[in-house]
Design a protein around this ligand. Sequence first.
Ligand SMILES: Cc1cc2nc3c(=O)[nH]c(=O)nc-3n(C[C@H](O)[C@H](O)[C@H](O)COP(=O)(O)O)c2cc1C
Length: 230
Amino acid sequence: MGKGKRGEENNNGKKVIIAIIVIILIAGIIFGVTKLVKKSGTQNQQEAQNPNISQGRDVTGNTYELKGKTLIAYFSRTGNTSTIASLINRKIGGDIFKIQPKELYSYNYDEALERMKKEKDQNARPEIQNKVENMDEYDVIFLGYPVWLDTIPMIINTFLETYNLEGKTIVPFCTDSEAGAHNSVEDIQKAEPNAKVLSAYAIRGSNVGEESTKESVDLWIESTQKQLEE
Ligand SMILES: Cc1cc2nc3c(=O)[nH]c(=O)nc-3n(C[C@H](O)[C@H](O)[C@H](O)COP(=O)(O)O)c2cc1C
């Protein structure tokens, strides 16, 4: 009888300890969630107070700020240039805009090449199906493209001619088969004589998936930051 009572007391004691542990755990979770919500509120407030600062994260996970409101606009047929656009976005934040042709370029290389040759011969302006509605708000435009026939695809000319980019800074980035910008930067400057066009980041399309690419994009952006401050 006495043994049974002691057993019951023991059980009750265990229940009390478990209840205390559960209460402590719940309190901990509530405290953590409240802290997180407060932190993101402060971040939003900071962004609202500094609309000219674009924020992103670099490979080390640190936040990185670039002066001026930033747009990352790019055209990509097979995804190489779009990978670089995502890496830039991860580093600096900013808004991203994919230039979408009204008539898609074939995934078949020969067909795409034939179309580009024709467009270049005719100095054509292939139509774009989407538009940046608030272009006036941006100070810096990262402009990405694959090098086609040693220069920008003709659709990049369409993009440049759609907006008044006077006084803005254009930061070109491109992918190709040889890791060179070829004549693309000069051709962007010709199309936008009143914009400041910086030197381009160029990388071989076949290298964009490599781990080292993230770091090389980060380093390039850091050097761009210096040019933006000049
Ligand atoms: C029509 C066409 C023309 C190209 N011309 C060149 C060129 O002149 N020089 C070069 O190095 N690569 C050239 N390339 C290769 C692309 O620039 C390269 O594959 C690029 O990384 C593709 O980028 P994307 O995946 O963003 O479309 C050409 C590709 C196509 C489809």
